[in-house]
Design a protein around this ligand. Structure first.
Ligand SMILES: NC(=O)c1ccc[n+]([C@@H]2O[C@H](COP(=O)([O-])OP(=O)(O)OC[C@H]3O[C@@H](n4cnc5c(N)ncnc54)[C@H](O)[C@@H]3O)[C@@H](O)[C@H]2O)c1
Length: 311
């Protein structure tokens, strides 16, 4: 297949690109490098099935030739990133999504949206099933991301209903692994980097809030299976093993052998208190199950950060 990946220079987009190339497809990667890094794609230099185009997908663009799939992964994704670029985040979730959908529709390609567990907001149902409509503050400090993704889902469903565009929507839960930026501000990278530097590990709130952490290889496998499946409804992909943020801090401290102290800061407004995917739909529709435990995933991720943080 000939496939477009937007956000290809990012953490997940670059891993997805690798997987698609490994499966024998041809990939056009597109990225404006807002939060991405070409070093994530450097190993693909000379690969004749990969081309890269620097492009803001919120602006008009075209792709010459046929396309079989459009993976729309472009978007700032961590809270510090999307709060620093709120308008860009809303633009890529709205205009960017519409442009990618129009392109997929024109080419007769399958469209795949990278959505998020943030569409559930600060959930009042636990674990979160796809049928849950969410609890999102439309004017709060996370709104630019949560609402952009909710809009993107609505736009995707509208293309599907109106034009019969072949669409897939994945709701990604907290994913970590190599190629995350040390400064990207997500909890796993924050804790590892703080522990390696011997800085205090900063917990927001009392640490009892829960998260579920998925290793990137499991997530990419779920994404590829969903893409190939015939499931058009939104689908959770994440690891249902749930940890409190305090537990994560302790595990990271232990695995890095760090003497770092743990400090507590105020919980940010609208921070979700619990997160855990119900993955029954993914299990049933395409037989997906995460395989990598948190400790196994951290054992792969800590050396990656050690190399860049301590060099
Ligand atoms: N990593 C996670 O835990 C997670 C969870 C839920 C959803 N997601 C979604 O997955 C996707 C990828 O996230 P990530 O973790 O790899 O983040 P990332 O910041 O590493 O990657 C995002 C990429 O999109 C690019 N980008 C942003 N705006 C763009 C634009 N207008 N035009 C072209 N490129 C643009 C950035 O430069 C970057 O390379 C995002 O859509 C994100 O919302 C990620």
């Amino acid at each position: 297949m000939r496939l477009l990946v937007t956000g290809a220079a990012g953490f997940l987009g670059s891993h997805l690109t690798d997987r698609l190339l490994l499966e024998g497809h041809t990939v056009i990667g597109m990225d404006n490098l807002l939060t991405g890094d070409l070093r994530n794609l450097a190993h693909l230099k000379g690969n004749r099935r990969f081309t890269f185009a620097k492009q803001d997908v919120s602006q008009p663009f075209d792709v010459k030739g046929s396309l079989d799939g459009v993976f729309h992964f472009a978007s700032a994704a961590s809270p510090p990133d999307y709060q620093r670029w709120p308008i860009e985040t809303m633009m890529v979730g709205s205009y960017g999504t519409q442009r990618c959908l129009a392109l997929a529709h024109a080419k007769g390609a399958r469209f795949f949206l990278a959505s998020t567990s943030e569409v559930y907001g600060d959930p009042t149902e636990h674990p979160q099933r796809e049928s849950y409509w969410g609890n999102v503050n439309s004017v709060g400090p996370r709104a630019m991301y949560d609402e952009a993704k909710r809009f993107a889902e609505a736009m995707t469903s509208s293309y599907h209903r109106t034009y019969g565009t072949d669409t897939r929507i994945v709701r990604i839960f907290n994913t970590y692994g190599p190629r995350m930026r040390p400064e990207d501000g997500r909890v796993v990278s924050n804790f590892i980097v703080q522990a390696l530097r011997g800085d205090p590990i900063t917990i927001y709130g009392d640490g009892t809030q829960s998260r579920s952490f998925c290793y990137y290889s499991d997530l990419i496998d779920g994404i590829y299976r969903l893409f190939l499946s015939d499931r058009t409804d939104p689908t959770n992909v994440g690891n249902p093993a749930e940890f409190t943020v305090s537990q994560l801090a302790e595990i990271v401290k232990e695995m890095t052998g760090s003497p770092a102290a743990i400090t507590y800061l105020n919980l940010p407004t609208d921070d979700p208190k619990m997160r855990r995917p119900d993955i029954t739909a993914a299990r049933k529709a395409f037989g997906w199950e995460p395989k990598v435990s948190l400790r196994e995933g951290l054992a792969q991720t800590i050396p990656y950060f050690r190399k860049i943080v301590l060099s």
